[in-house]
Design a protein. Structure first.
Length: 266
């Protein structure tokens, strides 16, 4: 039985563990090279640039007094809330635009218009209309996530192979069945890619969003450190944002592989 199960595995399935271990090895090599280059730049290249050890020591201080944890949780809460709200609204709107020509004609001008405006440019308006509490911070992050996801969802619906839709119609499927069984699965890869782009936009907008009278958060801590030329704290904030964003991106990538395992992969 064991031999039969081993033989039943496809060549692609057998190559997957080797491919994963090779990718992990290359990732570790890249990190080591990055740390070496950083150390060289800090010691002989860029004056005032902290070394990795100095940044690690500063991170230890911020972890010990609880500052880093509080800031990370505050920023994570804002990003998650803005990202989830943006994605939950973007997906149905993207489906409407892609499936119904009338909805596309009504909504696309607004989507394309706001897509050309950087979310950071909305900050002054958000402050005037929403005050300086949590709402404008989350709104700016929401807008960045929404615009990326809605365009990806719309494009996913539009790019569904017309042959699949016509074949389903020939077999007697209703529009509802075609939408649920053909369009939604076929556009799922686009949606998940849009979510990953939207997540990156959300983290990229975080620092600017925390300019709005924030009292905690990674972006707020970095801005405070800038006033005192505390480069080590700035690097700690940058690394924390990068690590949190990377973990969330890997989780989305794992979901993408689970939901689209029917796709052929290189």
């Amino acid at each position: 039985m064991t031999q039969l199960s081993a033989l039943s595995k496809t060549p692609a399935a057998r190559r997957e563990p080797r491919r994963s271990s090779r990718a992990l090895t290359l990732n570790l090599i890249a990190v080591v090279i990055g740390l070496v280059v950083w150390t060289l730049l800090a010691t002989v290249g860029v004056q005032g640039l902290p070394t990795p050890l100095q940044v690690a020591a500063k991170a230890g201080e911020l972890i010990a007094d609880g500052t880093l944890l509080d800031d990370a949780l505050a920023s994570l809460r804002r990003v998650l809330l803005g990202f989830l709200l943006g994605t939950l609204l973007a997906i149905p709107i993207g489906f409407l635009m892609g499936w119904y020509a009338t909805a596309r004609g009504l909504l696309e001008p607004y989507v394309q218009f706001f897509r050309t405006i950087p979310p950071l440019a909305i900050i002054p308006l958000a402050i005037v209309l929403m005050g300086i509490g949590e709402v404008p911070k989350v709104f700016v992050i929401f807008l960045a996530s929404f615009l990326s996801s809605v365009v990806a969802t719309f494009q996913g619906v539009v790019d569904v192979d017309k042959t699949l839709i016509n074949a389903a119609r020939v077999l007697g499927a209703s529009d509802r069945t075609i939408f649920l069984k053909v369009v939604v699965p076929a556009s799922t890869p686009f949606i998940l890619v849009g979510m990953r782009v939207g997540l990156g936009s959300a983290w990229g907008t975080l620092v600017a969003a925390e300019l709005i009278a924030a009292q905690e958060g990674l972006g707020f801590r970095m801005q405070q450190a800038q006033l005192y030329y505390d480069l080590s704290t700035i690097f700690v904030g940058l690394i924390a944002i990068g690590v949190l964003g990377l973990v969330m991106d890997r989780l989305l990538l794992l979901a993408e592989r689970r939901l689209t395992n029917w796709q052929e992969r290189r």
